[in-house]
Design a protein around this ligand. Structure first.
Ligand code: URP
Ligand code: ZN
Ligand code: ZN
Length: 473
């Protein structure tokens, strides 16, 4: 008798806490058994010599996001989730952005329509609050948290998105009442505007000056302010895309004072620097993202954050624009000043190979911390655990099988996204995801998609384990 739909046999399983040899028995999309001699199955996947890990969860990606007049993001849900599958991810969390004057329900309706039938992996939306009206704060947000949209991002910079300190306090206050988690993009907008104006007056308009216009104090000050606002409201907060040691130190200090402050970093802050833009002229636009990559000391500080637990989630901040495209990095205004180059770089497929190779293969972190940073902590932080983010009986059979010895030189064509470049071109990688399985169905095998873009589902989420209202366990 066949007991399982699928057995993954002969691999080494790793979770955020343990590494052990076991076969996985999968039934009805869930993990039904962990052990040996599990018997028969309709499908048996040989994982000998391979690692069997919880599928990656990337809790910070941008797909199909309105990006300003004349600019089009390079990935919608079809190519974005395809690329996610190539990189060993089984769930991604993009941002549903509220436009000024729009209700959150209107924004969600449009965003769900974008995603419908176009997802290779599971998705779950954060909300970006750009217009915190009384209706948003008093009615929509509390109702949407109940509906499973349990995290909001707020921006301290970007025209049309940035909130004042008062508005941030109001959003944080709703998060505290409802048990939602607030994610903060921490950069001081006035300082950036001042620096951009000054650079333009000097004629410093090439893309490399993007990094000059957003120096470390811009991020450090806003990080400190965001943490202070969260402390005033007494609410947990996630500082996203932390790029340097001074911002990291603000988070570490808050954590050591017992505040619920969490940190995220991304591959661009581990393997790129501002110096990579030197001498590139317009090609520097390929690396324009905010905060910008910094220097070797900042890279080390981000690694220290990872190694010491100041950083709990490692995300891609995948925000793709084509380079050689009038609707992308080389839009007509972008050629006149870095001010108009759309911010963001692709990375959803490269995120985990970079962390595995630079972290595990080079001995900086162990496999269990890799699993925590790439999957488990995202699930816990954003209310998906233990359905997602681990290998345990009853959890969704979301699995990535890795060949820890596979050596690859990264090139854009292997990443499957809609951009026309990768900022990580030419990086040597050791360790590669060879199979991605979402709820028991293989969606990627050996760099080929298996099945169509209608397998992924939108996930309503529980409240974050980090942000439950007082009195609730
Ligand atoms: O440059 C970036 N990071 N663009 C994406 C939007 C954001 O701030 O996360
Ligand atoms: Zn951001
Ligand atoms: Zn982002």
């Amino acid at each position: 008798m066949r007991t399982f739909d699928t057995i993954i046999r002969g691999g080494t399983v790793a979770t955020a806490s343990d590494t052990f040899a076991a076969d996985l028995g999968i039934r009805d999309g869930r993990i039904a058994a962990l052990g040996h001699d599990l018997g028969e199955a309709a499908e048996v996947i040989d994982a000998s010599g391979r690692l069997v890990l919880p599928g990656g969860i990337d809790s910070h990606v941008h797909f199909a996001q309105p990006s300003g007049p004349g600019i089009v993001m390079a990935d919608g849900f079809e190519t974005g989730t395809r690329s996610a599958a190539f990189g060993g991810n089984t769930t991604v969390m993009p941002f549903c952005v509220q436009q000024k004057g729009q209700t959150l329900r209107e924004a969600l309706k449009g965003y769900h329509a974008e995603a419908q039938g176009r997802c290779h992996v599971d998705v779950s939306f954060h909300l970006v609050i750009a217009d915190p009206t009384e209706g948003v704060l008093g009615q929509e947000l509390p109702a949407l948290v109940e509906d499973g949209y349990t995290s909001f991002k707020v921006f301290m910079t970007y025209e049309g998105m940035k909130l004042s300190d008062l508005e941030m306090l109001n959003v944080m206050s709703v998060a505290r009442e409802t048990g939602a988690l607030v994610m903060v993009h921490a950069e001081n907008d006035d300082a950036i505007r001042f620096l951009i104006d000054r650079l333009e007056r000097q004629g410093d308009i090439a893309p490399k000056f993007h990094a000059t216009s957003r120096p470390i104090p811009v991020e450090r000050e806003a990080t400190h302010r965001a943490i202070s606002l969260a402390e005033i409201v007494d609410v947990p907060v996630m500082i996203v895309h932390v790029s340097n040691g001074e911002a990291m130190e603000e988070i570490r200090r808050a954590q050591s004072r017992g505040l619920k402050v969490y940190g995220e970093t991304c591959p661009q802050y581990l393997v790129l620097t501002a110096a990579d833009l030197e001498g590139l002229n317009m090609e520097g636009a390929k690396l324009v993202c905010s905060p910008p990559p910094r220097d070797a000391a900042s890279q080390e500080a981000c690694w220290r954050g990872i190694e010491t637990g100041v950083v709990s989630t490692f995300s891609s901040d995948h925000c793709p624009f084509r380079y050689d495209d009038p609707q992308g990095k080389l839009n007509p205004r972008g050629r006149t000043s870095f001010r108009w180059v759309p911010n963001g770089i692709p990375g959803v497929a490269a995120r985990l190979p970079i962390l595995f190779s630079e972290g595990v293969s080079k001995g900086r972190i162990d496999l269990n911390r890799f699993v925590a940073l790439s999957s488990t902590n995202h699930a816990k932080t954003y209310g998906l655990y233990p359905r997602k983010g681990t290998i345990a009986i009853g959890s969704d059979a979301d699995v990535a099988i890795w060949d820890p010895e596979r050596q690859v030189t990264l090139t854009h064509s292997m990443l499957g996204d809609g951009a026309d470049y990768t900022p990580y071109e030419g990086i040597d990688i050791k360790g590669w995801p060879v199979l991605t399985m979402v709820r028991g169905t293989t969606v990627m095998r050996d760099g080929e998609l298996v099945g169509g873009p209608d397998h992924g589902r939108h996930l309503a989420r529980e409240r974050s384990a980090l942000a439950r209202p007082r009195g609730q366990v």
